[in-house]
Ligand binder design. Structure first.
Ligand code: ZN
Ligand code: ZN
Ligand code: ZN
Length: 420
């Protein structure tokens, strides 16, 4: 039921004329100097069926031509791209977004009502640019943040797969503008999308898939080692220690906050495990400070040997230098004699210094959790207290071996890294 430009004029003033399309990054493509053609009242909107201005462009080399599919009013009503109908803010299907924000749309689906509604809404939109939807969209949302695309996905603009080639019948060879590639699984629900369903946010196979994925996403389980009360906070940007403190104090008493500016991360240590667990639960994947989504992980355990280190340190104080007095190491992978422990020239493996590993221990430390590391941590300025409880309280312990000296060899480097 095409609306002819010449015969159907009764409602012409409601036809839509636009100077620029409303598009998402992906549909626009990666070329900043894109060329577009514009056709006034070129087609009818696939949702409200009013004629609107159609834009056509090629979103990059070897991509297929795209055009706007729905009118700007329909696009604004849902805050979606005129072409792909994905949410402009998160790049997600409407169904996913509305489920996450618990939005209910009252858009009538019958033709007459729809026309009336759209016209009213259009007037509404002209009056104020920010509707209820925009307000809702500005609230940070855990689910949306987790699912959102953070970068444009240009692959989506590729030509479709050549159906002739699939049957082995394409004679165009190199010239063929379609993709000569094995089609994705025909069962793939993504291959079959209905634009109206997508717009109304119902029966959207992509949305189903994403929501299932979200449900399967991991939480942040508290580590077994109950002595860990430290959380790693990453992606800080320019946030200050005070910003961190201001946010995290609400979950319980904080023992220390240490900011590692160079790594843009911080460690927040609580006085109680319960507080740390609350903080982890309330912030994991949903904390936005200063417009940044922060990464939350649990601080790492100092190793199973952790608690036994302190008593042992005390134990061998009176007889320095005796190999036998060193603590039994549970992670002595090289089967070395206890006396061989210091490997002074070996730089610490990156996993021991780079904070992001403070989550689940990726693998056992490459070399032993040497007692000397824990021993000097307190001296490494309280500003980088990254250790578990056991070692933090340790006083400046007497140095028994040259390698235990924080100012020496490998130890120096470790020391320096921690300080940064
Ligand atoms: Zn429309
Ligand atoms: Zn788009
Ligand atoms: Zn072909």
């Amino acid at each position: 039921m095409a609306t002819s430009k010449t015969t159907n004029t009764y409602n012409r003033q409601n036809w839509e004329d636009a100077d620029f399309p409303i598009l998402c990054q992906t549909c626009l493509g990666d070329n900043p100097y894109i060329r577009m053609t514009k056709e006034k009242y070129g087609k009818e909107c696939k949702i409200c069926s009013r004629p609107f201005t159609v834009f056509r462009w090629c979103p990059g080399a070897r991509m297929r031509f795209k055009k706007t599919e729905v009118c700007q009013t329909c696009s604004k009503l849902k805050n979606v791209c005129q072409t792909c109908l994905l949410d402009l803010e998160y790049g997600l299907p409407i169904q996913v977004r509305d489920a996450a924000l618990k939005l209910k749309d009252d858009l009538p689906k019958s033709d007459v009502n729809k026309e009336y509604y759209i016209q009213n809404m259009e007037r509404e939109l002209q009056r104020s640019d920010s509707g209820v939807l925009t307000n809702k969209l500005n609230e940070p949302n855990d689910l949306l943040m987790r699912l959102a695309r953070t970068a444009p996905y240009y692959k989506r603009n590729r030509p479709h797969v050549c159906s002739f080639w699939v049957k082995g019948e394409c004679r165009r060879g190199e010239e063929c503008p379609y993709r000569h590639e094995k089609p994705t699984d025909p069962e793939d629900p993504l291959a079959d999308q209905n634009i109206k369903d997508r717009y109304y946010g119902i029966n959207d196979p992509v949305a189903d898939k994403l929501l299932k994925r979200a449900a399967a996403m991991p939480a942040l389980p508290p580590p077994e080692d109950k002595t860990i009360t430290t959380l790693y906070i990453g992606n800080l940007g320019n946030l200050t220690e005070q910003d961190i403190r201001d946010h995290f104090y609400q979950y319980g008493e904080i023992r220390s906050v240490s900011l590692v500016a160079k790594q843009q991360c911080a460690f927040v240590q609580y006085t109680t495990r319960a507080a740390a667990e609350t903080a982890a639960e309330k912030t994991f994947n949903k904390l936005i400070l200063g417009g940044r989504r922060l990464t939350i992980k649990w601080g790492r355990s100092q190793g199973r040997a952790g608690p036994s280190i302190n008593p042992s340190l005390d134990a061998y104080e009176p007889v320095p230098g005796l190999p036998g007095t060193l603590p039994e190491l549970s992670n002595n992978f090289f089967n070395l004699e206890p006396g061989h422990i210091p490997l002074p020239n070996m730089p610490p493996p990156p996993s021991l210094i780079v904070p992001p590993m403070f989550g689940p221990p990726p693998m056992p430390p490459f070399f032993f959790n040497p007692p000397q590391i824990s021993a000097y941590v307190p001296t490494a300025a309280s500003s980088s207290t990254v250790t578990g409880e056991g070692t933090v309280g340790a006083p400046k312990t007497t140095v028994h071996y040259p390698s235990q000296d924080p100012a020496r060899l490998g130890a120096t480097q470790l020391h320096a890294d921690r300080q940064e």
